[in-house]
Ligand binder design. Structure first.
Ligand code: CAA
Length: 371
């Protein structure tokens, strides 16, 4: 087993670092230009096979990209992570040939943006209790219901929407559907005002008697829940990589701050230096968890446990890094314009979406106790 990145992966990481630093702006509005630049480089479909318009890269390469991107702009990071892993992979893994032909290349090239619509008012962590209905009608289904906190809501072109054909069947009644933004009965709400990741659009989406042809059902009836769970396994590795990017940004900022203090003759307090050392050590541990989860996913094995471990460790660390670094940098970091406050707010969100970190602990403990 290798504990260092191969020369190939190191070169890709450096390429992504340069791209993120030189091309990605960390402004305030929806980062459309960033997405266009990423699309031009082929980065909207890194782990999608070339025959479907992607770059044919492995999953580790994709996680390296999300890390580098999120270090510079975590909003762009979450948009591309969601677009790729739970927006594009549904087609790659579960799409029929016709569905792939209709959507996959467009998604992989970044001409279409993908989104994932599972969460509801009373079905967040307990995703199987969702209430959006799919009523079978002669030519397909009628979808009715409301999804909340949808990343890229309103901006995305294609949504994988989960709905139940029969609530009495619990998770076995859930189906996945491919819903286009322009379909009649599709309504996107206003962007949520969030504490972090403010450049990404997060909205509710409503389906009001939205007619969907059978050809837009993904997988068989009743397979929707397993499809959602398996996609989230991959998605959580991307969010873990986002945590790495944010944690690294906080540590780098604080290291530079202490060095500047040093050169002005102010040696850092031992407590500050020790805190920095501990955070940097934990960052390396998080990196190993994330890269290992990516390797297990790439091998085709069940990566649920590894993905959840990586997700909660890395994103918990990102929050702690920001909080401790604000302590170290003191007054200057208390300004809302200081990057550390932005990292803190962005990192807090990464603990919550794609399954809260409490849910990740459930996944890990079930794997240990029931596996
Ligand atoms: N892969 C494939 N199938 C899986 C699976 C996986 N990783 N995990 C479970 N399943 C299957 C099981 O095998 C079982 O199938 P069978 O009945 O056929 O055997 C079925 O799913 C039910 O499994 P569980 O009994 O374990 O399901 P549960 O109801 O207890 O739920 C849970 C488990 C882990 C709590 C799950 O509900 C969960 O992950 N909740 C969090 C939801 C979540 O992450 N939401 C994020 C939404 S996306 C987002 O954040 C925003 C965005 O825009 C991306």
């Amino acid at each position: 087993m290798k504990f260092v990145l191969s020369d190939y992966h190191l070169a890709k990481k450096e390429e992504f670092r340069q791209f993120a630093e030189e091309e990605i702006d960390s402004g305030e509005s929806y980062p459309r230009k960033n997405l266009q630049k990423a699309a031009k480089k082929g980065y909207m479909g890194l782990p999608v096979p070339k025959e479907w318009g992607g770059q044919g890269e492995d999953f580790l390469t994709y996680t390296l990209f999300i890390e580098e991107l999120s270090r510079v702009c975590a909003s762009t990071g979450v948009i591309i992570a969601v677009h790729t892993s739970v927006g594009t992979f549904p087609l790659l893994y579960y799409g029929t040939l016709q569905q792939k032909k209709s959507y996959l290349s467009g998604l992989a090239r970044g001409e279409l943006i993908g989104a994932f619509a599972l969460t509801e008012e009373r079905a967040g962590s307990d995703a199987a209790s969702l209430n959006t209905t799919a009523k079978a009608v002669s030519s397909g289904y009628l979808l009715n219901g409301c999804k909340l906190f949808i990343t890229s809501g309103g901006e995305a072109d294609l949504y994988t929407v989960f709905a139940t054909v029969d609530r009495n069947r619990g998770h076995k009644g859930i189906c996945a559907f491919l819903v286009e933004k322009g379909m009649q009965g599709f309504v996107a709400g206003k962007p949520e005002k969030k504490m972090g990741l403010n450049r990404s659009s997060t909205t509710e989406i409503r389906m009001e008697d939205l007619h969907i042809p059978v050809s837009n059902r993904l997988g068989e009836e009743g397979e929707g829940f397993s499809i959602a769970m398996s996609l989230l396994d991959g998605g959580r590795i991307g969010i873990a990589a986002q945590g790495l990017g944010l944690a690294r940004a906080g540590i780098e900022y604080t290291t530079a701050y202490l060095k500047k203090q040093q050169s002005a003759g102010n040696e850092p307090a031992e407590s500050a230096a020790f805190t920095l050392a501990a955070l940097a050590t934990r960052l390396e541990a998080a990196r190993l968890l994330v890269y290992r989860a990516a390797a297990v996913k790439e091998s085709g094995g069940n990566c649920s446990k590894e993905a959840s471990m990586a997700k909660y460790y890395s994103t918990d660390l990102a929050v702690e890094v920001a909080a401790r670094c604000i302590d170290i940098c003191g007054l200057s970091a208390a300004r809302s314009t200081n990057p550390l406050t932005g990292y803190f707010c962005d990192a807090k969100a990464t603990q919550i979406y794609e399954g809260t970190n409490q849910i990740q602990r459930i996944v890990v403990s079930r794997n240990l106790l029931e596996g």
